[in-house]
Design a protein around this ligand. Structure first.
Ligand SMILES: [Zn+2]
Length: 584
């Protein structure tokens, strides 16, 4: 299954955009060679010509020209009044249903205290229960699910209990997940439904926080406070009614709207199962897909172009597989989540069947593990029993590997000794700049300053070796907003906490705006074999473009006020020459 495309525009649609600053990269350029234009002419969803106002208007707005004769009544000429045009963003790693789901869940982010959170839940309860709104559909109507609280941002920086929440909402179950997803607050009603009480044992890999010895109310001792950690959250999650296909349809619809609003015209869906694939195809057939979706199929199956694997977990929960132990937990090194023989077998099959592998490997140990096993598989499948120390064989293997375009997802920590192998094998690193600016607050504590400096999100070091980076957000874990990604990549600073280190966190790894945009367009397209169709505004490619309100390449903004980039507005999003979003 290849990239699923939005429905093409009807054959008679021709659009001429002029009076703009149009910025793109020269097609298939190895360098960050940027090109500037003023006008663009689009026919049948494709870019026919791009150039100066004078040239394009002279050539195409004249109705006697044979090229547009058949469409002369349909040609739409738009004066962009000096606005700024970029190729549509390609989101390289996101979870599309999650993006839509978040739109319907209660958001308890950015509040200043627990009382505010309880009030927000109460407002949500009255609004949704009483007015029978669509978003509170029947199947989940007895549950309130929220996400985003962070006690570190509250006046009192303590974990909450469910006392106030249970009093406010006594007979509807409520589950509010912490911002990082590793803790949740359940009200009494939810705990009761899940059968969690004083005598419930902590599950493996989880903890039920309990009241400590209290003189004022000795009866309460050992009773759960409502806070559940890691796997203990599943005790509640597993009794929440499953989502219906109708709900998933609604999530997908909302996610597509969100993408168009953010200027995302293509998206790599990072964990696609059969049900989601069917849903995406249904949308495509009905013309509702609007954006382009490239699925990474979850688990090995030869019928799919690109396959997603998991090699380890995440840094936040000590699941990322490291080469040497965590600094703040010296007995732990993380977890390999796929066994060597199995990984080797999958690699061999993928190589033989020309299937792309995209493997989640976050820790430096997992990245090394990926490369070690991959090299073994390449040697076995292509050079068979021969001695591969022969230079020619090595060159052969490398060129085979470059054609396969295997991707490593996240690669937050990389051993500098692996850089040469990544380069020679042509591995693509699918990274998320906002993961860097979220994790940098605790990364030194977790892995120590030296490792953090040499290995953590080393974008610039990788680009200096001409390694291909494809940027994304892992939305809904991080915000889908591409301008947040740009800001994170060029400043390495946190937009929310106004976290400031001189010049940004490990500033030598900051990127230029051009390098960043390239990883979000051209190189992201290459990472899904779409560089001939999308990723730059070039003749013959699809007219996937966005109009924004400011020139984010402006030296003054970049140097003196990069946070201006965060306020950029998408004014128009076009996919295959069709305007799907407009906010002018
Ligand atoms: Zn992900």
């Amino acid at each position: 299954m290849n990239t699923l495309a939005s429905t093409s525009t009807s054959a008679s649609d021709s659009i001429l955009l002029y009076n703009a600053t149009i910025l793109s990269f020269c097609s298939n350029s190895q360098q960050n060679k940027q090109a500037m234009y003023q006008a663009i002419y689009i026919e049948d969803g494709k870019i026919v010509e791009i150039g100066t106002n004078e040239n394009i208007l002279k050539k195409f707005s004249h109705s006697s020209l044979p090229k547009i004769k058949k469409n002369q009544n349909k040609i739409q000429i738009i004066d962009l009044k000096n606005k700024f045009v970029l190729p549509g963003f390609i989101e390289s790693h996101a979870h599309i249903l999650g993006i839509g789901r978040m739109k319907l869940r209660l958001n308890v982010n950015n509040l200043s205290c627990e009382d505010e959170m309880v009030q927000k839940v109460l407002d949500y309860y009255y609004y949704n229960c009483n007015c029978n709104s669509n978003s509170f559909n029947k199947n989940n109507s007895h549950w309130i699910l929220g996400r985003g609280w962070d006690q570190n941002r509250w006046d009192k920086k303590e974990l909450p209990t469910n006392q106030k929440l249970s009093k406010a909402i006594p007979d509807t179950p409520v589950l509010l997940t912490r911002v990082d997803g590793h803790a949740a607050l359940a009200n009494k009603c939810a705990l009761n439904l899940a059968g969690i009480g004083k005598y419930t044992k902590d599950p493996d890999g989880g903890k039920i926080i309990r009241n400590s010895n209290s003189d004022s109310n000795p009866k309460q001792e050992g009773e759960p406070t409502g806070i559940l950690i890691d796997n203990a959250i599943d005790l509640v999650r597993k009794i929440i009614p499953q989502e219906t296909i109708e709900e998933k349809r609604q999530f997908l619809k909302l996610a597509i709207e969100e993408c168009l609003k953010m200027g995302v015209t293509s998206l790599v869906e990072a964990q696609t199962d059969q049900e989601l694939l069917t849903l995406i195809k249904e949308f495509e057939k009905n013309g509702e897909l609007k954006i382009k979706v490239h699925p990474l199929y979850d688990g090995f199956d030869q019928n799919h172009r690109s396959i997603k694997l998991f090699l380890d977990g995440a840094l936040g929960s000590y699941g990322a597989y490291l080469q040497t132990p965590y600094n703040d937990r010296p007995s732990e090194i993380g977890l390999k989540t796929i066994e060597e023989n199995k990984l080797f077998e999958i690699f061999c099959q993928a190589i033989n069947n020309n299937i792309q592998i995209a493997a989640h490997a976050l820790g430096d140990g997992a990245v090394t593990y990926f490369i070690d096993i991959y090299e073994k598989a390449l040697a076995k499948t292509k050079v068979k029993e021969k001695d591969i120390n022969d230079t020619k064989d090595i060159k052969d293997i490398e060129s085979i590997s470059r054609n396969l375009r295997f991707r490593i997802e996240h690669a937050e920590l990389i051993d500098p000794r692996d850089i040469k192998r990544i380069k020679n094998l042509g591995l693509i690193l699918s990274m998320q700049p906002t993961h860097c600016t979220s994790d940098m607050h605790w990364i030194n504590e977790r892995i120590g300053e030296i490792r953090s400096k040499e290995r953590f999100c080393i974008w610039k070091t990788l680009l200096n070796e001409n390694i291909t980076l494809a940027f994304g957000t892992d939305a809904p874990i991080e915000s889908l907003n591409p301008f947040d990604t740009i800001y994170a990549a060029i400043t390495r600073q946190d937009k929310l906490l106004q976290w400031r280190a001189d010049g940004g966190f490990n500033e030598k790894e900051k990127l230029s705006i051009g390098e960043t945009i390239k990883a979000m367009t051209m190189d992201a397209a290459y990472s899904i074999f779409q560089e001939d169709n999308i990723g730059s505004l070039s003749i013959g490619k699809a007219a996937d473009l966005i109009v924004i309100d400011k020139n984010i390449f402006d030296e003054n903004i970049i140097k003196n006020n990069p946070s201006e980039i965060l306020n950029s507005k998408v004014l128009m999003t076009m996919v295959n020459g069709k305007v799907h979003y407009q906010n002018i």
